[in-house]
Each structure stands twice: as C-alpha cells, then as structure tokens.
Design a protein around this ligand. Structure first.
Ligand code: NDP
Ligand code: 8X3
Length: 249
C-alpha cells in the first residue's frame, strides 16, 4: 500500500528533490512551502493522486492547521513527516546581527517545526510512522556568524533525540539529518539574494546536491521498521574541519 509523506520546504532545494524521489518510489506526497507557483507544477507533473500542494507560511500556526484540516482523505494519514523547511539569514557576528533575522530563524526552524510535529504526533503514533528532522552540521560545529542559525539546528538535533526517548515503545522512528555544504537556494536566501556570493561559495567546491540529500531521506524512510538512524551527518568530500581560533593581545 502506498505511504504518504508530508515534506515541508518542497518548493526548493532538498524538499523539492525529495518530492521527486518519493513520488518516483511510489509515495504520496503532501508538499508544502509558501511559493504556491512552485507547488502547482508538481501536481501537473505527477498528478493530483500523487502530490497534494499545501501553500502556507509555516510560521503561521493557524494556516498550518487549516492546511492539514483540508487534506483530501487519500493524503490525510501521514506516515512520514519530513521537517525540512528552514533557513539561515545573515552571517554577521552576534554583536552586529539583526534581531529580526534571528527571530525569523527561530520562528521558522524551531517554533514552526515543533508546532507541526505536535500536530502530527498522534497520527504518527497511530500509524507507527516516522519523523525526519533537517538539522545541520551547524548544530555540532560552531563557526563565526553561525550564532542563532547553529542554535536552531542544535535544537532540532536535540529535539529529535528527545522525541526518540519519548516515543520509546510506540514504533515511531525519529532521525536528525545533519548535512554540510549543499548547493541549493540556501545561500541565496542567507545573503538576501546575492547571486554572486552564492555562486562564489560553491564554485570549485563540488558541494553536495539536493538529490544527494533526497536520496538519503528516501533511504532512511525505506529502512526496515525495526531500524532507527538516530543522527546522520553528511558532508561533501571537499569540506572538513579546521582548528580553533586564538585572539592574541
Ligand atoms: P532552500 O532555500 O533551497 O529551501 C528552503 C525551503 O524552506 C523552501 O522550500 C522554502 O519555501 C522553505 N521555507 C523557508 N521559510 C519558510 C516559511 N516561512 N514557510 C514555509 N516554508 C518555508 O534551502 P535548502 O533546501 O538547502 O534547505 C532545506 C533545509 O536544509 C533547511 O532547514 C536548511 O537549514 C537545511 N540545511 C541546508 C544545508 C545546505 O547547505 N543547503 C545544509 C544543512 C541543512 P518557500 O520559500 O517557498 O516558503
Ligand atoms: C547549512 C550548512 O555550514 O552553512 O546548514 O551552516 S552551513
């Protein structure tokens, strides 16, 4: 029987690639994001019986509930929640950062993610489903300018592990996926639309692709029900670790 995945942030990057992979694998997909014009072609391409578009701002809790209340019966039983929607804004050090940008990251990456998870948990327990939360290497490895973004992703990582503990015995699986550098619209968003800066970051680096992450998501989703990946960290071969910084007086 075909399973249903709800994938947030399906208008771009990891989420958009995941829709393609999951539909090709026989899943039904509820695809969310603000840009309705990017969701409509998914339905045209795959059919209304495979993809249901739900355009809303994930920070708007009422809109989230309304979209879920309006799911057609075939899409209403969510087996897999992919909490992928999220963003980084800015790279300024904390002392120069914009508080509004910090709030947007917390509202999107943390508050919206927990509200959606809270809403879907009863059904996921009923269906012995799964949750995959999009964290980041920024959860574990701090870097200058990562401040609140890294903090939100550390929350996602730890929230995932906490969910595992609470869902003990329910059969619900929970995974925190923690990618490093992948070329999507992520840097375009982070820099406020600076295409040159985004291109410069990825140029010559052979970053991961959205499809790499989508393949990983599908692999996690299709593992046998007795197996849980708690955390998975991925990087391109071109990315690794550097040392601590030392300020000298
Ligand atoms: P993209 O910018 O390409 O995609 C981000 C997605 O999130 C879009 O579909 C966007 O949809 C959605 N989104 C953002 N804000 C909102 C909102 N308020 N309401 C609804 N949807 C929203 O970036 P990625 O695909 O790279 O990012 C996906 C996730 O992966 C993020 O959580 C990011 O932090 C994480 N990540 C990215 C890495 C990378 O290097 N690219 C590495 C590690 C983690 P729309 O704008 O249409 O609303
Ligand atoms: C995105 C990866 O290294 O830009 O989460 O923070 S990084």
């Amino acid at each position: 029987m075909s399973r249903t995945a709800l994938i947030t942030g399906a208008t771009s990057g990891f989420g958009a690639a995941a829709v393609e992979r999951f539909v090709a694998d026989g899943w039904r997909v509820v695809a969310t994001g603000r840009r309705a014009e990017r969701l409509a072609p998914l339905v045209e391409r795959h059919g209304a019986d495979r993809v249901h578009p739900a355009a809303f701002d994930i920070r708007d809790e009422a809109a989230m509930h309304a979209a879920l209340d309006a799911l057609p019966p075939a899409f209403a039983g969510i087996d897999l929640l992919v909490n992928n929607a999220g963003l980084a804004l800015g790279t300024a050090p904390a002392q120069k950062a914009d508080l509004a940008q910090w709030r947007t990251m917390i509202d999107t990456n943390v508050s919206a993610l927990v509200a959606l998870t809270h809403r879907l948990l009863p059904g996921l327990i009923e269906r012995r489903g799964a949750i995959v939360n999009m964290s980041s290497v920024a959860a574990t490895y701090p870097y200058p300018g990562g401040n609140v973004y890294g903090g939100t992703k550390a929350f996602v990582q730890q929230f995932s592990l906490g969910l595992r503990a609470d869902l003990h015995g329910t059969g619900v699986r929970v995974t925190s996926i923690e990618p490093g550098m992948a070329e999507t619209e992520f840097t375009l968003v982070r820099t406020g639309g600076d295409r040159a800066a985004s291109d410069a970051l990825y140029r010559g680096a052979t970053p991961m692709t959205a499809e790499d992450i989508a393949d990983t998501l599908l692999w996690i989703a299709n593992l046998p029900p007795h197996l849980n990946i708690n955390r998975i960290e991925l990087m391109p071969v071109s990315q690794s670790f550097a040392g601590f910084q030392v300020a000298r007086g």
